[in-house]
Design a protein around this ligand. Structure first.
Ligand SMILES: [Fe+2]
Length: 325
């Protein structure tokens, strides 16, 4: 049995998965040489460590890179590994972030809307997100192509002579349509397919039309193995996770604290709702009678018809009307 080292020790190597590319069978070793990375969100240590340890032939970053310096600076020591990427919705948040990616030498390795040969594997990429102003499936697109959008908006709203910066990470129907005419082995997207609760059915159709065997997505920050759907294996990589095409986890994904907190909050809320009143009082020690004597829920000195509390008296102006009482 073969074992592979991961950040959490050793684990069994998976049986070979046959991906056919142009009639040729791609071997297990080749699959293990291509790494896929979930949203780095400005953190590249996990990718650089994985490159340093395993020397993969290629690394594909699935959007939301938001680097703090130029990609040239980040990957300056990387010589034998090719770096590919697709944009995420946050990669167009500012001019600085945009330039750190699109003005680096890695700009030409953007897989968005293309099928490229990545070390012998045909990889199709669809970066960005669906935005209601342009196209929110399953509804019909409002603007079909970037050209149509610019024409409607006029030159005053263009950015650097073209599409507004924000929409450079928006999925346009024309790009989507052109991509689905191709054939590929692997599909990488930033948005999730419909198997995820926030996913899109049109991405399932895209994967089927491309005839892929694997479909990887990012954006939702969850590491999920959905199993085989419509003849392809679908996986969510998760926040800052790194996996290889053979399915080995190289760097486990991180928990998204915002989502964990949200889940805890919702779960607590549901739990409280389900509790009967007596049990709720017992757990949360809400015993009104214990603290406040009498039938009213208000303390005695705050009920109508009683003397105002001292704190109120001191706040009164010096008219003396109440002081005389
Ligand atoms: Fe995202």
């Amino acid at each position: 049995m073969r074992y592979r080292r991961t950040f959490y020790g050793r684990r069994k190597s998976r049986p070979p998965l046959n991906i056919s590319s142009g009639g040729q069978c791609i071997g297990q070793k080749q699959l293990e040489k291509i790494f896929l990375c979930g949203d780095p969100h400005g953190e590249f240590k996990q990718i650089l460590s994985a490159i340093d340890e395993y020397h993969p032939d290629a690394v594909i970053i699935l959007g939301d890179l938001t680097p703090e310096v130029s990609l040239d600076e980040i990957f300056k020591g990387v010589t034998h590994t090719k770096i590919y990427w697709i944009p995420g919705n946050h990669d167009t948040d500012s001019d600085l972030i945009y330039d750190r990616i699109w003005r680096s030498k890695y700009a030409i390795n953007n897989l968005h809307g293309k099928v490229l040969d990545v070390c012998g594997v045909k990889v199709a990429g669809l970066g960005g997100v669906f935005r209601g102003q342009i196209w929110m499936p399953p509804a019909e697109p409002i603007y079909n192509s970037p050209g149509e959008f610019i024409k409607k908006l006029g030159k005053a709203t263009t950015w650097r002579g073209g599409l507004p910066r924000r929409h450079r990470s928006t999925i346009f129907h024309s790009v989507f349509e052109k991509l689905q005419e191709s054939k590929a082995d692997v599909l990488v997207t930033h948005e999730a397919p419909s198997v995820h609760s926030k996913g899109f059915e049109c991405l399932d159709n895209l994967a089927s039309k491309l005839g892929v065997k694997y479909f990887f997505h990012a954006h939702q920050h969850e590491c999920k193995n959905y199993g085989v759907i419509n003849g392809y294996v679908a996986k969510g990589i998760g926040l800052r996770g790194v996996i290889d095409l053979a399915g080995n986890i190289i760097v486990p994904a991180q928990a998204d604290l915002r989502e964990t907190e949200n889940k805890d909050f919702v779960e607590k809320k549901v739990k409280v709702k389900k509790l009967p009143a007596s049990k709720f009082r017992r757990i949360y020690k809400v015993r009104r009678d214990k603290h406040w004597k009498g039938h009213s829920a208000w303390p005695k000195d705050m009920r109508f018809g009683t003397e105002p509390r001292v704190v109120f008296q001191s706040q009164l102006p010096d008219h003396g009307s109440r002081e005389g009482k």
